[in-house]
Design a protein around this ligand. Sequence first.
Ligand SMILES: [Zn+2]
Length: 266
Amino acid sequence: MRFRSLTELKRPELREVTLDSLPQSIAMDRYAHRKAFGIGEMVLDVHGESLEWYGFTLGTVERPDFITDIGLPHNDLNLQVYAGLSAERIAAFQESLPEGVVINGWIHSHGALMLKDFSHTDERNHEVVLDFVSATLKKPVAKREVAIRDLVFLVKDRFADEDLARGSVCIITDAPVREAVIMETVYGSFCHAIVVGDGGWHHQEIHTREYGVLSGHARTSHREAEVVLEDTGRAWSAADMEALREQVAGKISPNKNPPLETVERM
Ligand SMILES: [Zn+2]
C-alpha cells in the first residue's frame, strides 16, 4: 500500500461536540464593583493608610459566573499566611456563606504598590482558588471521542477470564457488537481573579480547567478578561458603606512588622 503523502497517515480527527462554554468576560453587578473599590476607600478611612487586602468574589448557584457581591474574610495580615491562600481557609469562608451563594473567584488589592499586574504568588493562589471552586462550579462543556487502540468486545455470559487478557479495554455488551464510538464528558470549571489598586486601576483574568472523565486529560488555561457591569437594581447605599466600615475595621488591620522576605511577594 502506498501513501501519496504523510498527511494521509494521520489518524482521523476525533469527534467533539461542544455542549456549553465557560465565561469569556467577567459579568459583575455594579453593586459588587462599587463595593470592591469601597473596601479600599474604607481601609484608607479606617486605618489612615492604604493596605493590601483580599476577598472572594461571590455568585449564586443559579448563575455562578456572575459576581453579585464581594466577601471579605478575616485578613490576618500575617503576610506569610496571606501569601499562601489555602483550601482550608477558602472552605471555612464558603461555610460561612448563606445557602445558594458560591465563591466564584478571588479579588485582592495591591494598595499603593507599583505592581499593577498579578505576581508569582498570585499565580499560585489562582490555582488554589480554581481547585477549590472546581468542585462546585464544574459543568459539562463537551463530549469528546476517546481513541482506544485495541478495543475488545465481549458478550455477557459468553466469555472466559482468559478473554479478558486481550486488548487494552474490554466492552462487555448484552448482544454482539462490532463497532463503538466512546465519547467522554469534558467538564469545565473557572474562577475569576481580580487585582485592584489605589487610584481605581484594576486588572482581571479568568482561569479555566477542563478535564475528561475517562481519559483524565486535563488542561488549564487563563486569559485576560473584561469586566462587564450589569445593573440588577441593587444600589450601593450609605448604609452599605457603614456596614463595610465595620467589616474593614474588624477584618483588615495593618501589619506593623511584615517579615522581610514577604515584602516583594505581591
Ligand atoms: Zn497580588
